[in-house]
Write a new protein. Structure first.
Length: 272
């Protein structure tokens, strides 16, 4: 994807990178950025070589939230003179935004949010779509929309509750306050905290490469079972688990995994 996009998709080996690319505005979200993000998610989904997708922000922070400047057509739609047409148009944009956030959450490949500095508002809504979240020690989190008189609507309220629990999600949503990386780790919003951005990026790539080195059919199958389990009863989940397991047995990767284990060498997996 072109570097002039507000969100880019690139790949290095088996690792795909969705990068918010508006560093001069701290990756603040506009309708144009949303549309480029939608395209990047689609590109990641369609890339047959990508086994892990990392979501990151260029420049000084991950994402500062919605762009509050008058030139942002998304914000203008929120504060314009109320009318039936305005509400219908805004509703349509929200539904489209929800759809690509859900597509990101449901990507067959594992996803990882790599967070430095600000992760606010819609930035946090994006981060909670990821399977794994890592951050630097200077990371700051918040859902400040309540202070602006609006409600988070990209699925962040629902996903946040599943991650940190009912009480923490409600406190974050009602107060609109900022909290640091240590608090995020304590409530399980992030998996790990690293001293600085350099250490964060290094650790994120190492973890992603470790995941990508595993048989991809097994990794993707595990993700799909875990995703299904969040919406299903135990019996439904167990039945799906059995069916999904049978889909990848037998496979060439299983034989290679056993051989690699016995020969004490890294496996060479082809997703077949």
């Amino acid at each position: 994807m072109s570097d002039d996009k507000l969100v880019t998709y690139t790949r290095e080996g088996f690792l795909g990178f969705i990068t918010l690319n508006r560093p001069d505005k701290r990756n603040a979200v506009t309708l144009a950025l949303w549309r480029d993000l939608d395209e990047a998610v689609q590109a990641a989904a369609e890339d047959p070589e990508a086994r892990v997708i990392l979501i990151q922000g260029s420049g000084k922070c991950f994402c500062a939230g919605i762009d509050l400047s008058p030139g942002n057509d998304l914000f203008a739609a929120m504060i314009g003179r109320p009318s039936a047409a305005q509400k219908v148009d805004l509703y349509g944009e929200i539904i489209k935004g929800q759809a690509f956030h859900t597509r990101l959450e449901n990507l067959s490949k594992p996803t990882m949010a790599v967070i430095h500095r600000h992760c606010l508002g819609v930035g946090l809504e994006l981060a909670v779509c990821a399977d794994i979240r890592l951050c630097s020690a200077d990371a700051v989190f918040a859902l400040p929309e309540v202070k602006l008189g609006v409600i988070m609507d990209m699925g962040g309220l629902q996903r946040l509750t599943r991650i940190v629990g009912r009480g923490h999600a409600r406190e974050i949503s009602f107060r609109g306050h900022r909290f640091d990386a240590a608090k995020a780790k304590a409530i399980n919003l992030v998996n790990e905290v690293y001293p600085d951005q350099e250490a964060l990026v290094r650790a994120a790539r190492e973890m992603a490469e470790e995941i990508a080195a595993n048989p991809p059919l097994a990794v993707q199958g595990a993700k799909q079972v875990l995703t299904f389990d969040e919406e299903a009863t135990l019996d439904e989940s167990l039945e799906y688990n059995a069916a999904r397991s049978c889909m990848i047995i037998p496979s060439a990767d299983i034989g290679e995994a056993v051989s690699a284990y016995l020969e004490k060498r890294p496996g060479k997996f082809k997703g077949a």
